[in-house]
Design a protein around this ligand. Structure first.
Ligand code: BGC
Length: 811
């Protein structure tokens, strides 16, 4: 069952009923200022940091769902309604929500009155613009009142919902013309404020929530709205809000737009005040003036559309499969951009107060957006590397506002350092910018310790070399990619966190996932060293890589698949000898991608075991059999009920590792089948089971052992986005940036006739046509560029601004 449809030409997902199985989200903003907006206008916004600079309040996991947002109420005689259905939930005659690229348009029609609300954050602007267009579709003149509503968050989103004994006394506002200013704590250490204004005169306003709603009322029945009478309340403490009341009169057929601006301003310390006690409003006035007319709003929206045209022009696919085209060309890239901007901080599953930016997460995300915004990717790499320690290990997370490592969680996730090699080499291949390797970067943000970035990569590599266990395999530390496989944790106490508890500092537990990762990214390190003339470095590193390959072959093979780990006691994890958790996806994925034992047939055997034991209708499950009881020596993974999260769900993030592994074997049919099983556009028809947005990936889909297999959770902020984009574009469609050009090596279902890709790479445009006349999966018969046959599959680097025709024949 579907709840909407893809409008491919407009690059929108159109939701046709407000009763989706879960609030379906979109994001506004691309630089510093971000908004989360659901299909009923729920959500919130913040500047730079979802925890420390939250503008509007949002209560997670509330009842009814998703209450709180930027709301419009229309009071039309006895009828009160909202264009997005919520919060009033008056039945609408028509409802549409268009989630587009960084904007959302919600339209409601009731009794011949149409209200269309456009929400977006203009480029380079610290504000959300809300344009509400009202059209009289009836035969008679209409006079009605429009009320707006946002509830202010007292800045620190964590404190806001906790420290009520203080907060209920701190709230302060100012009202000036048609603008409400939120200035809580401005009198003391803050030099920033928020505002919500409209380009129309007001009948009245409200800034005190309780006065507006009336005691014991919810957002659905504010007393001021029901009575059509704003209270002109001034908040002192309690819960400040901003609500405007505007009266509108429309002749039949007439339309009128109101433009609301919800913004954020920082003032220099010495210019905080206009006069004693009155904030300096110049910044806000400037923003309000910029968007005072509907034409200015149109122009800003047009700029945003052009911005997305440019971002999405770097890789454009034309295949015979509409679902694939929309994933590759629009939605997957869009999600990658959002994960770049937010990492794992704020979604409808991440509250914006917990995890900041993850070291492994953000390094992996980079492969999904580096082609879109290379300059920003460069900065991200440098920020991440600055949270590394001198021994090569890294803080697991950092706070975006301060860019400092988060010491509550600390480090010792032993996969973390290697992801820096992955991201940096991907960046250089995309851009050709080797200078990044010379950029001075501190350790633990201590400027005195700065070393060239290359040194950070070297320490990442040697962090693994210096932390090997009894079998010569990498020590796992707190955990590897799977944060929930906690082999040194031994937690008995429900009050402690699996993530930060390290009850036994063992040097026994080893990870085969990190082993595969080390071989894969270790080779990248070797190739990089060779490429920049560090031959000795390359040779030394190669020896460590070769040694690791031998260790995996000797101690990491279980007969038909790769082991997952050795535990604290040196016992096998992910072996046929175990009762549960006999096989895991991560080590199969990484050892296959690294091609360990390829010649000996181990990769094929391991991936056939994956097929036999881990594959299900909804994708490849993380492990099998699922754990049915808590194992103290395994930790969090066994804490989940069977089929959920890391205990045997389809953890979508690592499915692409198997897809890429299949392409190493040349099995395009299977690679693409795995792709299709989890790509959201292919799941649209079963949205009632899946429950989450059909335009973005979710982290997890319940596995075969779950109560409701196929049900998804945790959409939007997941490494799934970048990894799937990487798998489909670089390995299945097979167009891969290299240091010296574009490597072409597709691995597709044999039935495909071919496909076309337009790729902008280092400033030149390549129109690539892949033909598959012999219906093979993989193998290049001939590549030519501009009529000249090339040797091998690599397209050389061309001058920026030039355009080229590339013909690829498989066979
Ligand atoms: C985390 C990742 C982790 C994955 C598997 C995600 O929630 O963001 O860092 O690798 O779970 O445990």
């Amino acid at each position: 069952m579907k709840f909407g449809y893809f409008d491919d030409a407009a690059r929108e997902y159109v939701i046709t009923t407000p009763r989706t199985p879960y609030p379906w989200l979109n994001y506004l903003g691309n630089e510093d200022f971000f908004g989360l907006i659901s299909h009923t206008a729920g959500g919130y916004c913040y500047c730079k940091d979802a925890r420390f600079r939250r503008l509007t309040r949002y209560r997670y996991n509330n009842v009814p769902w998703d209450d709180g947002g930027r709301y419009f109420y229309i009071q039309d005689g006895d009828c009160v309604w909202s264009p997005g259905w919520k919060p009033v939930r008056t039945e609408l005659d028509q409802y549409r929500c268009r989630h587009g690229l960084s904007y959302t348009i919600i339209q409601g029609v009731k009794n011949g009155l149409e209200a269309e609300a456009l929400f977006f954050v203009p480029l380079g602007t610290w504000a959300e613009v809300h344009r509400l267009t009202l059209t009289n579709r009836s035969q008679a003149p209409r006079t009605f009142r429009v009320f707006s509503l946002v509830e202010w968050c007292l800045w620190n989103a964590h404190d806001d919902l906790n420290n009520l004994q203080r907060n209920f006394s701190t709230g302060e506002v100012e009202i000036d013309g048609s603008t409400v200013y939120h200035k809580t704590e401005y009198r003391e250490r803050r030099d920033h404020y928020a505002f919500y204004g409209v380009n129309a005169p007001l009948v009245g306003f409200d800034t005190d929530r309780d006065a507006f709603l009336g005691a014991y009322n919810g957002f659905d029945r504010p007393a001021a709205v029901v009575e059509g009478k704003p209270r002109n309340s001034e908040a002192h403490g309690w819960s400040p809000i901003a609500s405007h009341c505007v009266e509108v009169r429309l002749e039949p057929g007439e339309a009128r737009s109101l433009v609301f601006v919800l913004g954020y301003v920082e003032n220099p310390q010495e210019q905080k005040w206009e006069r004693p006690g009155v904030i300096n409003k110049a910044g806000a006035r400037d923003l309000l003036a910029r968007f005072a007319t509907p034409a200015a709003v149109d122009a800003a929206l047009q700029d945003l559309r052009s911005f997305w045209d440019r971002l999405l022009s770097h890789y454009v696919l034309e295949s015979g499969d509409g679902k694939l085209n929309r994933m590759v060309n629009v939605w997957n890239q869009y999600q990658c951009m959002v994960t770049f901007n937010l990492s794992r901080s704020a979604s409808y599953f991440e509250t914006g107060i917990g995890r900041g930016f993850g070291f492994r997460d953000s390094n992996q995300d980079l492969i999904g957006f580096v082609h879109q915004v290379p300059a920003r990717a460069r900065q991200r790499i440098l920020d991440l590397a600055a949270t590394q320690f001198a021994d090569g290990s890294a803080y697991h997370q950092y706070q975006p506002l301060t860019k400092r490592g988060n010491s509550d969680i600390g480090g010792n996730f032993n996969d973390d350092p290697l992801w820096l090699i992955f991201s940096t080499t991907a960046y250089i291949k995309e851009t050709g910018d080797f200078t990044i390797l010379d950029a001075p970067v501190p350790f633990d943000n201590d400027e005195r310790s700065a070393q060239p970035l290359f040194e950070h990569l070297k320490r990442s590599f040697y962090h693994t070399v210096n932390n090997l266990g009894p079998h010569g395999l990498p020590l796992i530390g707190r955990a590897d990619w799977n944060d929930c496989l906690n082999l040194n944790c031994f937690s008995n106490d429900p009050n402690e966190s699996f993530q930060t508890t390290g009850n036994r500092a063992g040097r026994t537990a080893e990870s085969l996932m990190i082993a595969g990762q080390f071989v894969l990214y270790g080779r990248e390190f070797v190739a990089l060293c060779a490429r920049i003339g560090k031959g000795d470095e390359a040779r030394a590193a190669q020896e460590h890589v070769d040694r690791m390959v031998r260790a995996v072959l000797e101690h990491g093979w279980d007969g038909a698949w790769f082991l997952r780990a050795y535990d604290f006691f040196g016992r096998k994890v992910g072996s046929k000898e175990n009762e549960e958790g006999q096989i895991f996806i991560e080590s199969q994925g990484f050892c296959a991608m690294a091609g360990i034992g390829l010649e000996e047939g181990r990769v094929v055997t391991a991936l056939d075991s994956v097929r036999e034991r881990l594959d299900c209708e909804f994708g490849v499950m993380l492990n099998q059999p699922a754990f049915t009881r808590y194992l103290i020596e395994y930790g969090e993974i066994s804490s989940y009920p069977q089929g959920y999260k890391e205990n045997a769900a389809v953890f979508c993030h690592n499915n692409p590792w198997i897809m890429i592994g299949e392409t190493v074997l040349g099995r395009g049919e299977r690679a693409f089948e795995y792709y299709r099983k989890i790509a959201p556009a292919y799941l649209e028809e079963m949205s009632d089971l899946h429950r989450l947005e059909p335009y973005v990936y979710a982290q997890m889909v319940a596995g075969r052992d779950a109560y409701r297999p196929g049900e998804a959770k945790n959409s939007w902020l997941t490494g799934t986005a970048a990894w799937n984009y990487y798998a489909i574009t670089q390995f299945i469609l097979g167009i891969k940036p290299g240091y010296d050009g574009l490597d072409i090596n597709p691995c597709i279902p044999p039935a495909w006739e071919g496909f076309r890709v337009t790729r902008i790479f280092r400033g030149a445009t390549y129109h690539i046509e892949v033909r598959n006349p012999r219906h093979v999966s993989k193998g290049i018969k001939r590549v030519s560029m501009d009529g000249k046959v090339l040797s091998g599959g690599a397209i050389p680097i061309s001058d920026p601004g030039t355009e080229h025709r590339v013909m690829v024949e498989l066979g």
